[in-house]
Design a protein around this ligand. Structure first.
Ligand SMILES: [Zn+2]
Length: 266
């Protein structure tokens, strides 16, 4: 989403803010948000975990989280409002940034950039898996020592590393041939190296496929051409493993479904 937005928003000037539905995950303080956004230039868009961070000219940060169903798209300013269009930021080029969110778990807020590191939603976040200097095999091995939790649960804990959701955790463990129940603290150096590589590969592939998100927004009903086509294990209970032909199994860990191949993952 960040990559898709960049060419449309960087350098643009914010003309107005319209909030049709302030009650998202948290109630939007519309007056405060408008005061912070009005007249600002968008200097860049960064991402931290699943938060989009828009750098504004007044040393402030506009933070957006898409929750479960949120979509952020570029639409013509004159476009008729559609169902679930909750927030519209009008830009100076005839387009607007529009947040559409059927389930309203999304989040929008704006704060001084100096407060970013200490922000309650950002300060506990772990390393970025796509930061090659931070997410390394040596780091993973050191970090997991003494951890008795299953590696699947460890992977999904954003205080260690961010962005590895349930689908990606399952797919990465399959790619690394590691059993999801194996204790995180007992992974060998080789397994840590395989897992780091697998997580990075799975996330990169998902990001490449997700590049269509912005286009999909144009036809709002179009289900995103997400990650689904290349799933090896996720949601494939009972189907043949694409590697060994054995049946994919499902189990529940920390309340979430885990899909794995008992033949390939040890
Ligand atoms: Zn298999």
């Amino acid at each position: 989403v960040r990559r898709g937005l960049l060419p449309h928003v960087v350098g643009r000037h914010i003309r107005s803010l319209t909030v049709h539905q302030p009650q998202l995950r948290e109630l939007i303080d519309v007056a405060s948000l408008r005061r912070r956004l009005m007249g600002q230039h968008i200097l860049g868009v960064r991402r931290r975990a699943k938060y989009l961070l828009f750098d504004l000219s007044a040393d402030s940060t506009l933070m957006v989280h898409l929750g479960m169903s949120g979509r952020l798209g570029i639409v013509p300013t004159q476009r008729q409002r559609r169902l679930h269009d909750h927030l519209i930021i009008e830009l100076d080029d005839g387009h607007a940034l529009c947040l559409n969110d059927a389930r309203r778990f999304g989040l929008v807020c704006c704060f001084a950039r100096d407060d970013e590191l200490a922000h309650r939603r950002l300060r506990h976040l772990g390393v970025e898996p796509l930061d090659p200097a931070a997410f390394t095999a040596a780091w993973l091995q050191a970090r997991t020592r003494g951890c008795k939790k299953p590696i699947k649960n460890y992977l999904m804990d954003a205080t260690h590393q961010v962005g590895v959701g349930n689908i990606y955790a399952c797919e990465a463990l399959f790619a690394a041939r590691i059993h999801p129940v194996r204790a995180a603290g007992r992974l060998s150096a080789q397994r840590c190296a395989r897992l780091v590589e697998a997580v990075v590969t799975v996330l990169r592939e998902a990001i490449e496929l997700g590049g269509t998100t912005l286009r999909d927004f144009a036809n709002v009903d179009g289900a995103a051409g997400f990650f689904a086509p290349r799933l090896q294990v996720y949601g494939r209970t009972g189907q043949a493993c694409l590697s060994c032909g054995g049946p994919i199994r499902r189990l529940v860990q920390a309340g979430r479904s885990t899909f794995f191949c008992p033949g390939c993952q040890h």
